[in-house]
Design a protein around this ligand. Structure first.
Ligand code: ATP
Ligand code: MG
Length: 223
């Protein structure tokens, strides 16, 4: 009997950027999650289905084996902790960076030098806590679920820790990037039990996805 495989993806950039890699593995998703209300999408392979979940829920589905594998940002994986997940491949997609930003005119360097206690809003509480602890900067972290840029504008915080790609959202809100915490890209994650029990079925797919992501990386234009 063919082993059934379930892949967890989030809508939007991760879905869009994973499609070509899946195609290289012979898997084509036959419905568009932006048009369909279905949460389980079929593929051209009757033994492979895709579940559409929130980006931050991907590691949870894979950890508990509700999905055999999935694609999640390094940011999401660090916040989740990566328990029960095997992370074999950096797909080099959905690239951005995690940064500290402050309102233009705020003297971040001297605030840090003087040992001030900074108020920081972020969705990435674990990453932010580790970053400031390593620097010995005292912070009060306030968790938000979106629109971090608003925090300093309305007096909720001095700074934000958020994902940045082009920087246009920061600029539009008169914020400047003052520290680059880490580069972010999306990773393939695999349920550890599935990796053993469904190895025969999974291994060729993982290999094809890895080859396609490396080929894409070497032909990519420098940005
Ligand atoms: P939700 O919309 O459900 O709250 P989300 O905002 O995390 O979740 P996406 O915007 O699809 O969902 O982001 C998915 C992943 O893509 C993030 O976890 C991150 O790794 C990466 N990412 C986020 N913003 C950008 C960006 N501007 N450019 C490139 N990659 C990004
Ligand atoms: Mg988003």
């Amino acid at each position: 009997m063919t082993q059934q495989l379930t892949l967890a993806l989030s809508k939007g950039r991760i879905f869009e950027e994973t499609l070509p890699l899946l195609k290289a593995a012979g898997i084509e998703v036959t419905e568009d999650p932006e048009r369909s209300r279905k949460l389980i999408l079929p593929t051209n392979d009757p033994a492979v289905r895709v579940v559409i979940v929130r980006a931050s829920d991907v590691p949870t589905y894979v950890q508990y084996g509700a999905a055999d594998f999935g694609v999640a940002g390094k940011d999401v994986l660090l916040e989740h902790g990566g328990e029960g997940l095997y992370q074999p491949i950096d797909l080099n997609i959905a690239k951005c960076r995690l940064s500290v930003a402050v309102p233009a005119g705020f003297d971040y360097a001297s605030a840090v030098r003087q040992g001030a206690r900074l108020r920081v809003v972020t969705k990435y509480v674990n990453c932010a806590r580790n970053h400031f602890a390593a620097k010995g900067v005292h912070v009060d972290l306030i968790k938000l679920y979106g629109s971090m840029e608003l925090g300093p504008l309305v007096g909720l915080s001095d700074a934000i820790v958020d994902l940045v790609s082009t920087g246009s959202t920061l600029r539009a809100n008169n914020l400047v990037e003052v520290e680059h915490i880490m580069d972010i890209s999306s990773r393939l994650v695999v349920n550890q039990a599935a990796l053993k029990l469904k190895r025969e079925r999974l291994q060729p797919i993982l290999a094809a996805i890895e080859a396609a992501s490396q080929a894409k990386e070497t032909t990519a234009q420098p940005s």
